[in-house]
Design a binder for this molecule. Sequence first.
Ligand SMILES: NC(=O)c1ccc[n+]([C@@H]2O[C@H](COP(=O)([O-])OP(=O)(O)OC[C@H]3O[C@@H](n4cnc5c(N)ncnc54)[C@H](OP(=O)(O)O)[C@@H]3O)[C@@H](O)[C@H]2O)c1
Length: 300
Amino acid sequence: MGFASNGSAGKALKFLIYGRTGWIGGLLGRLCEAQGIDYAYGAGRFENRKQIEADLDEARPTHVFNAAGVTGRPNVDWCESHKVETIRANVAGTLTLMDVCRERGVLVINFATGCIFEYDAAHPLGSGIGFKEEDAPNFVGSFYSKTKAMVEELLKCYDNVCTLRVRMPISSDLTNPRNFITKISRYEKVVDIPNSMTILDELLPISIEMAKRNLTGIWNFTNPGVVSHNEILQMYRDYIDPNFSWKNFTLEEQAKILAAPRSNNELDATKLKTEFPELLPINESLLKYVFKPNQKVPAA
Ligand SMILES: NC(=O)c1ccc[n+]([C@@H]2O[C@H](COP(=O)([O-])OP(=O)(O)OC[C@H]3O[C@@H](n4cnc5c(N)ncnc54)[C@H](OP(=O)(O)O)[C@@H]3O)[C@@H](O)[C@H]2O)c1
């Protein structure tokens, strides 16, 4: 599973991070500072191979973290009407980065997505049977997910890549509009479906540890178990705002306001939990990393 990266054999760590202006990329830089890890942000655009090569040659990193790509603003529906731009960054660009790193023997921790699956007959909602790392994607309902699934398949050929399937990321910053909790607390109506999710405060430090261990291959990068929209909003009401209320609607009603369907699924986190036994179940992680640190409602 380990890649013979130039980060091994006791050499001092040096990370090169893509996604300086992004949510996850920004958090990674702050974590490196807190942990005293030498790092730099990549300046190159993915569509320009020479710029990426120049970044690698200048920084000479032991590891690259890829938290860059287009995610769409205000949401992934943007990708439906910007297909070529999506391919340029998320397909051609991402593959270029991986290829340049492979030429130089550098391992890449790649923040990918787990939104490439949807509940099906073999993995029904509520069953506790999650999709495993070796399962082939079955959700291509949105252009964003379709291209991410294609790239995941191609990246299996690159032995220098560690693909992290992130889902519905949540952080303790409840003011960040990208935070899944912030998003659903501001929607007029929300569906109520259990999903696997990624608590960034717990899992981003784990991604750094994965680099140190030179881990490669595909990893379901979510906390074990599932949590539903309503369960999260109930915690929000209990810990943050006792007057908070919300309205639900069905998937069919939701479909009318979206350009593309969204993925709902459970990922099997056994592989990550086996490597990191301290990994908390999603409900416990939500309380420890998000709701208790932000608690505004006095404990009963
Ligand atoms: N947020 C989510 O809900 C979510 C869920 C699952 C997976 N992920 C994945 O995690 C990764 C990071 O997500 P995020 O939420 O942190 O994204 P984000 O906030 O949208 O940031 C994306 C970053 O990518 C950079 N970028 C875009 N196109 C680029 C290009 N062609 N070349 C170089 N850099 C480029 C952007 O830089 P500029 O501002 O300069 O363009 C920005 O720094 C993405 O691949 C995303 O698919 C995110």
